[in-house]
Design a protein around this ligand. Structure first.
Ligand SMILES: [Zn+2]
Length: 348
């Protein structure tokens, strides 16, 4: 027993106990630190997960009806979903806001819902919403504008034209819309012959001087002679792509020889040799290359209204819905078609 006490009081024993305690504390605090870090990371992952997945329909319902967020905040959220192309979520928010009822700006919410339906391609639902707005507030030009677009996209041109009357009464400019809708209605009219439609289209074109691409594309397809006879040389540049793609058999060399732009365009394409240079860079390069290089023209269109670039010609801009605002931009590109023809020939 005495021996034990002597050993217990030994200074070496105290030093050992001290280091053991330091070791235990160090291990414990290391373990505690690791555990806390793991728990924090778990919590953060869970927290962020809530933002990655969108709230479900039922969650939205509860969130909106609880009134924790103001109506304006919900409208801003719906707008940001709309901008990101998540129309479904945007529609759910608008519908939920409307179902609560008693909100001060229900008409605006309905308009935003109709616009989202239109953008998402639910044309019938969009039509019903805009008609509902107009039933109570017939003097709402924005709703009338969208109703016109809905009918146009539904190919119900007759109803779209009927919308022009109330729009005109609200001092809105409808000349371009009227010309565009009448031209569309004509082209899609099964009861008329091609030549009848072409002549009526020309009549509309001469009255308004817009939609040159749409009109001349139809004319060159149906009756190239009539197209050349009525060719508007002031629109040559705008019609560049149409002229560039035109079949050789459809060319009128007399008219081409009289028009500087056409001389340069068809010399660049290699049909004639009526120009030695051009002020248009792309034509000039192709004229100088004399068909020795595998190059051709590429076309794209910029909307003068919203500056959006489109890969194809348009009569109504799909972004800002303006009519006849396409401006052509040309560039030189590799001629893949010629490549293909040469490759096919080499196999024969
Ligand atoms: Zn535009």
């Amino acid at each position: 027993m005495n021996t034990f006490f002597i050993e217990y009081r030994d200074p070496l024993f105290s030093v050992i106990i001290f280091f053991v305690l330091v070791f235990v504390i160090a291990v414990f605090s290391y373990w505690l630190g690791r555990y806390k870090k793991k728990e924090d990371s778990k919590y953060l992952d869970k927290f962020l997960q809530g933002f990655r997945s969108l709230p479900s329909h039922d969650e939205l319902k509860v969130l909106i009806s609880s009134g924790e967020l103001s109506e304006k905040s919900w409208l801003l959220l719906a707008q940001s979903y709309f901008k990101n192309g998540d129309y479904e979520k945007s529609i759910e928010i608008y519908n939920e806001l409307l179902s609560i009822g008693g909100k001060s700006n229900a008409r605006d919410t309905m308009f935003l819902l109709g616009r989202t339906y239109f953008k998402a391609g639910f044309l019938e639902r969009a039509r019903k919403i805009f008609l509902e707005i107009l039933k109570n507030n017939p003097r709402t030009p924005q709703a009338l504008n969208y109703l016109l677009l809905v009918y146009e996209y539904m190919r119900d041109y007759k109803s779209a034209i009927e919308v022009l009357e109330p729009l005109g009464e609200l001092q809105k400019e409808t000349v371009n819309d009227a010309a565009y809708l009448q031209s569309l209605m004509l082209i899609n009219d099964e009861s008329k012959s091609g030549i009848e439609k072409a002549e009526s289209l020309l009549k509309i074109y001469k009255e308004t001087n817009i939609l040159s691409y749409m009109v001349f594309e139809y004319l060159f397809r149906i009756n190239p002679k009539l197209a050349w006879k009525n060719f508007d040389s002031s629109k040559s540049e705008q019609l560049s792509e149409l002229l560039w793609q035109l079949d050789t058999k459809k060319l009128d060399l007399d008219i081409i020889a009289q028009n500087g732009y056409l001389r340069e365009l068809y010399t660049a394409r290699g049909d004639v040799k009526l120009a030695s240079k051009s002020s248009v860079f792309e034509f000039d390069m192709l004229i100088k290359l004399e068909g020795k290089s595998n190059a051709t023209l590429a076309f794209e269109y910029i909307c003068d209204g919203c500056k959006q670039t489109h890969p194809f010609i348009f009569s109504r801009c799909s972004s800002c819905h303006a009519i006849d605002t396409a401006r052509v931009e040309m560039s030189l590109t590799k001629d893949y078609y010629r490549n293909l023809v040469e490759e096919n020939n080499s196999f024969q």
